[in-house]
Design a protein around this ligand. Structure first.
Ligand SMILES: C[S@@+](CC[C@H](N)C(=O)[O-])C[C@H]1O[C@@H](n2cnc3c(N)ncnc32)[C@H](O)[C@@H]1O
Length: 339
C-alpha cells in the first residue's frame, strides 16, 4: 500500500484533516496516532500528491514523507523487512551521502524500540558506503510503526518539509538569550529558508522581552523595536537598537523611513494585526519581507487565517503560511512586498 505519512500538532490535527480533505477529497485519510495521519494515494497518485504537498504545504502539516505500508507482527520481522527494503532502495542514493534514520512508534501493539531499528539501518548504511547521521542529513529513512503496520520511506531530506523527525525542530537556550520566543523566528528562518540583508533595517513589533530583536541584531540588522512593555535590560544600549515604548497603533513613520524587514509577534487580534502591517507597507522597501505570527485566539483556524490572508495588502505576497513546531495557538506567515 502506498501513500503519505503526515504530521500535525495534536491540537490542530482536525484542522490538518480539513485542509487535506479540501485538497485531496478522493484520497482516504486514516489517523495513525496523536498528530499523525496516513493519506492513502495508491502507487499511481503518490508522486503527484507529494509534489502538490511540497509545492504548497497545508498550513497545519509540519512534516510528511512518501511511504510504503506493510503489516508487521514482531520486532525481528519489522527490523528485517525495513533493512531489506533499505538495501534494495539504496542504489538510488548517491554513494557517501549522509543519511538519517528517523523512526517512531505510535499506538503500537509491538514490543520494540526505535533505537534498535536505527542501529540495524545504520549498519546497512555503513556497509553500503553511506554516512549515518542525525543532524542535517542529505537523505532520510523514515519509519513509523503504528498498530500492526509499518510505514517506510527513503527520500532526500528536502522532500519531507523538515529534516527533523516529525518536524520537531529543537533548539537549545543559550546563556544570554533573553527569551525562548526567538525559537519561533529561528524555526521560520530555517523552515522557510529565509535570508535577511546584513546591515539592513528591521522593525520589530511587539518586541518585548526582546528574543526576536536580539536575534535580528545578532544577524547584523539595525532594529527599531516597539512594545508597550519593557525590553530585557540586557538589551540596553546594544548597538543598532532603537526602542520605542508605545502602543503600535500610535506608530507613525515618515515615508522616508524604510525597512527591509518587519517582524510582528504581538498578542493581538489577527485582523487588527493584519491591518497594522498593511498600514506599514509604505515603509517596507520593495522586495522587503514580513515575518509575523497570527494568533488564533480560540477562533476557528481556517476561516480566521483565510480572513487574515484576504485582509492583507495586495502588495504583500504570501510565500509561506505554516503552523510550526514552536507555534502554539498561532501560525507563522512570511510575506514579501512585491510592488
Ligand atoms: C509574545 S510577546 C513577543 C515576544 C517577542 N517576540 C520576543 O521574542 O521576546 C507579545 C508582545 O506583544 C506586545 N503587544 C501586544 N499588543 C501590543 C500593542 N498594541 N502595542 C505594543 N505592543 C504590544 C506585548 O506587550 C508583548 O510584549
Amino acid at each position: 500500500m502506498q501513500g503519505i505519512v503526515l504530521t500535525a500538532s495534536e491540537e490542530f490535527l482536525a484542522t490538518a484533516i480539513e485542509e487535506l480533505q479540501q485538497k485531496f477529497p478522493q484520497h482516504k485519510q486514516v489517523t495513525l496516532g496523536p498528530g499523525l495521519l496516513w493519506l492513502e494515494t495508491g502507487a499511481e497518485h503518490r508522486q503527484q500528491v507529494h509534489k502538490q504537498l511540497i509545492a504548497k504545504p497545508p498550513i497545519f502539516v509540519r512534516h510528511l514523507y512518501s511511504a510504503t505500508m506493510w503489516p508487521v507482527i514482531s520486532q525481528p520481522e519489522l527490523i528485517a523487512s525495513v533493512s531489506k527494503s533499505l538495501l534494495a532502495d539504496l542504489p538510488s542514493v548517491p554513494l557517501g551521502a549522509s543519511v538519517a534514520v528517523q523512526a517512531r512508534a505510535v499506538n503500537t501493539t509491538l514490543d520494540w524500540q526505535p533505537r534498535d531499528l536505527k542501529a540495524a539501518c545504520d549498519s546497512v548504511l555503513c556497509e553500503q558506503g553511506y554516512q549515518p547521521t542525525i543532524k542535517d542529513p542529505q537523505w532520510v529513512v523514515s519509519v513509523t510503526q503504528a498498530r500492526q503496520a509499518v510505514y517506510y520511506g527513503l527520500a532526500p531530506a528536502s522532500h519531507n518539509l523538515s529534516d527533523w523527525t516529525g518536524g520537531m525542530l529543537h533548539f537549545r537556550k543559550e546563556p544570554g538569550d533573553v527569551s525562548r520566543a526567538k525559537f519561533k523566528l529561528l524555526e521560520a528562518i530555517i523552515r522557510f529558508g529565509l535570508h535577511f540583508p546584513h546591515g539592513g533595517k528591521a522593525l520589530d513589533l511587539g518586541a518585548a522581552p526582546g528574543g526576536w530583536t536580539q536575534e535580528l541584531l545578532a544577524r547584523g540588522l539595525a532594529v527599531v523595536a516597539v512594545d508597550t512593555g519593557e525590553l530585557d535590560p540586557r538589551l540596553n544600549g546594544v548597538k543598532g537598537l532603537r526602542f520605542l515604548q508605545m502602543n503600535v497603533k500610535d506608530l507613525r513613520f515618515s515615508p522616508l523611513e524604510q525597512f527591509d524587514l518587519i517582524t510582528c509577534d504581538m498578542s493581538w487580534d489577527p485582523i487588527f494585526t493584519a491591518k497594522l502591517v498593511n498600514g506599514l507597507v509604505n515603509n517596507l522597501s520593495p522586495g522587503g519581507q514580513v515575518v509575523m505570527t497570527v494568533k488564533l485566539m480560540g477562533k476557528r483556524p481556517l476561516p480566521t487565517i483565510q480572513r487574515v490572508l484576504t485582509t492583507l495588502d495586495q502588495r504583500l505576497e504570501v510565500s509561506h503560511a505554516q503552523h510550526l513546531w514552536h507555534n502554539r495557538q498561532e501560525i507563522t506567515l512570511h510575506l514579501i512586498r512585491t510592488k
